[in-house]
Design a protein around this ligand. Sequence first.
Ligand SMILES: NC(=O)c1ccc[n+]([C@@H]2O[C@H](COP(=O)([O-])OP(=O)(O)OC[C@H]3O[C@@H](n4cnc5c(N)ncnc54)[C@H](O)[C@@H]3O)[C@@H](O)[C@H]2O)c1
Length: 276
Amino acid sequence: MENPFGAGLTMQLTGSGPAPMLRRSNRGQSMNQRVAVVTGGVGGLGASICRALADAGRTVVATDLAHRGDAIEAFLDDRNGRDMHFEPMDVSRFEDCADTLSRIAESRGPIDILVNAAGITRDASLRKMSVEQWRSVLSVDLESVFNTCRQVIEPMMQRGFGRIVNISSVNAQTGQFGQTNYAAAKAGMHGFTMSLAREAARKGVTVNSVSPGYVDTEMTRAIRHDIRAQIIESIPVGRIGMPDDIARVVRFLCEDDADYITGANVPVNGGMFMSF
Ligand SMILES: NC(=O)c1ccc[n+]([C@@H]2O[C@H](COP(=O)([O-])OP(=O)(O)OC[C@H]3O[C@@H](n4cnc5c(N)ncnc54)[C@H](O)[C@@H]3O)[C@@H](O)[C@H]2O)c1
């Protein structure tokens, strides 16, 4: 099968390197803006990242589980004229990622930016953790990054431009009680990031991780109230993070001229974990 990601016509308008491009997709549409895909795109962080990328002039496709009906509707209602779209995609299924990402590339143009923000927690101390809790977190939080990056990396390298951002977590850096599965997956994600960054560095493709601290989304609203209060108390800046705190950093890493930052892990945690 012909590779659909590489099929769009790409023509540079000005300068050299990763300048804005005029593209013609397989359907003949002209596009002069980069195409971004955000997994977990209707979630708390994902939706905020989509808005930030769209505000920076990107065509944005949020992908998420098809059954997230209300969240998908809220996401689409909140577009306010932004160039944002939705496609169902389960990041834990390789074939689904291959089909969906190829369809997006055909209809909107080659994928320039990929943000892996889909994620779940299934907390339990290891003594009580089930095989299902272990496997589901490893699958959605780590294997997903293989499933999506594997589809886009070759065409990005061929075109000489790409931005990949993987959303990891402060708990990957510190470990967390009840999160052997989550911390292993998110730490693995950064090992993946560094390795892929080395493989793609000469081809204009950067690969970075962003490690949020505690951010006010559904994921952290599920934490027991007293524990959540204790966590917030321990954050040096004195407040929980907001999705936009993370989205601004992702948007920056996805800029054309952020081309000298690769293989990095950017902590955005209000000072919760400082390291050198
Ligand atoms: N909220 C935080 O404090 C925090 C901190 C550190 C890291 N993170 C990470 O940030 C990312 C976003 O988290 P969030 O806080 O927005 O949570 P969220 O629950 O609001 O969003 C996660 C999204 O992932 C989607 N998702 C789950 N399984 C999926 C699958 N198999 N295929 C496709 N999509 C799937 C969900 O439907 C949801 O929309 C996650 O990777 C999370 O681990 C969050």
